[in-house]
Design a protein around this ligand. Structure first.
Ligand code: ZN
Length: 340
């Protein structure tokens, strides 16, 4: 349903996430849209922008100021929580995201939440950035926070291989990790809302390449039900890869929206969700946004909009050398489609 009045980006984005009326299809992403070009325009560079709330906010605002997107999401990396919990981090550079270099916890008994978790540098930077963005753009633009779910935190803190093997060899250990790590997700999520986030992304990489849909259903779904209830604000789930076989379970999880990759065909995803939650994303990063032309971006954006995806945008954190021209093309098409 289209409104006859023009909406602010914030109303458009939040309404899209909740499946309501919009004046045109909103554009945005639950994951990073920062690029080297935006780092240069805003004079705010990686890796400093992961640790300094002012620089983080300035670079993140590029999503609205430079790209014209309807939401600003400043939590660029996936290492904020793991760095605060004691992982060694390779901070990368202006063209590369940080990555974890160690997985310190062997056993769920070792899971300890530091008392000063919210004051750890990576966490504080995210909260400061959200607060600055809220004060500067909060009346006009949707401010999205991002937290890692317990599955991703277990990959980071315990190791991907070990954790996945234990879903078979030691399911109780897996559940014990998830049960303890969910507290990190809740604490950081609620702190982001308090700092001024309108909506949250929960990234939990139970991706199709590594995890079966039954594993998602049996291990993670109960935790997602709990987390969406406990955190309480409008939320989108992000999972990479081919997730078509688990969308039916994701619809039961309590998330309002699912940020999904191009490995899932947009029409099939829309059919699978059957109106139960909204969909966001779907524009391919490596071949289309990074390597393709604006014409290719336009073609894929039209396809996703016509299929019924509620919010169009990049499928996952974009490669930092992605051209701005391609990222802006999504907005041009969303505006154009509305006139038809
Ligand atoms: Zn992803």
């Amino acid at each position: 349903m289209r409104t006859l009045y023009e909406m602010t980006p914030k109303r458009r984005f939040v309404s899209g996430m909740l499946g309501g009326r919009v004046d045109r299809v909103p554009v945005g992403s639950a994951t990073s849209v920062a690029t080297v070009e935006q780092e240069e325009i805003t004079s705010s560079y990686f890796p400093d922008a992961h640790l300094d709330g002012i620089k983080m906010a300035r670079l993140a605002a590029g999503a609205y100021e430079i790209l014209g997107y309807d939401c600003i999401m400043p939590v660029f990396s996936v290492v904020a929580e793991s760095a605060a919990l004691g992982c060694e981090i390779d901070w990368g550079d202006k063209e590369n995201m940080p990555i974890n270099r160690s997985s310190p916890w062997e056993d769920p008994d070792e899971v300890v939440m530091p008392d000063d978790f919210l004051d750890k540098p990576t966490i504080k930077a995210c909260l400061d950035a959200i607060s600055i963005l809220r004060n500067t753009y909060g009346d006009q633009v949707a401010i999205m926070g991002k937290v890692m779910g317990p599955w991703t935190l277990a990959y980071h803190m315990h190791g991907v291989q070990e954790f996945l093997m234990e879903t078979i060899s030691n399911p109780e250990k897996v559940r014990s990790f998830l049960s303890k790590l969910k507290k990190v997700t809740i604490l950081f999520g609620k702190a982001q809302i308090k700092a001024g986030a309108d909506v949250l992304c929960l990234a939990d990489h139970a991706t199709g390449d590594l995890v079966s849909s039954e594993t998602y259903r049996d291990f993670l779904l109960p935790f997602h039900k709990e987390l969406t209830k406990e955190i309480g604000c409008p939320m989108t789930l992000h999972i990479c890869g081919n997730t078509l076989d688990r969308i039916k379970y994701i619809c039961e999880s309590g998330f309002d929206c699912f940020h999904f990759e191009s490995k899932v065909d947009a029409k099939k995803a829309v059919k699978e969700v059957d109106g139960r939650i909204s969909l966001m994303g779907n524009i391919n990063n490596p071949e289309i946004l990074l390597g393709g032309s604006p014409e290719k971006v336009a073609e894929k954006t039209c396809y996703a909009i016509k299929a019924g995806v509620q919010i169009v945008g990049p499928e996952c954190a974009i490669p930092l050398v992605t051209p701005i021209e391609n990222l802006k093309e999504i907005v041009r098409v969303a505006k154009e489609e509305n006139k038809k």
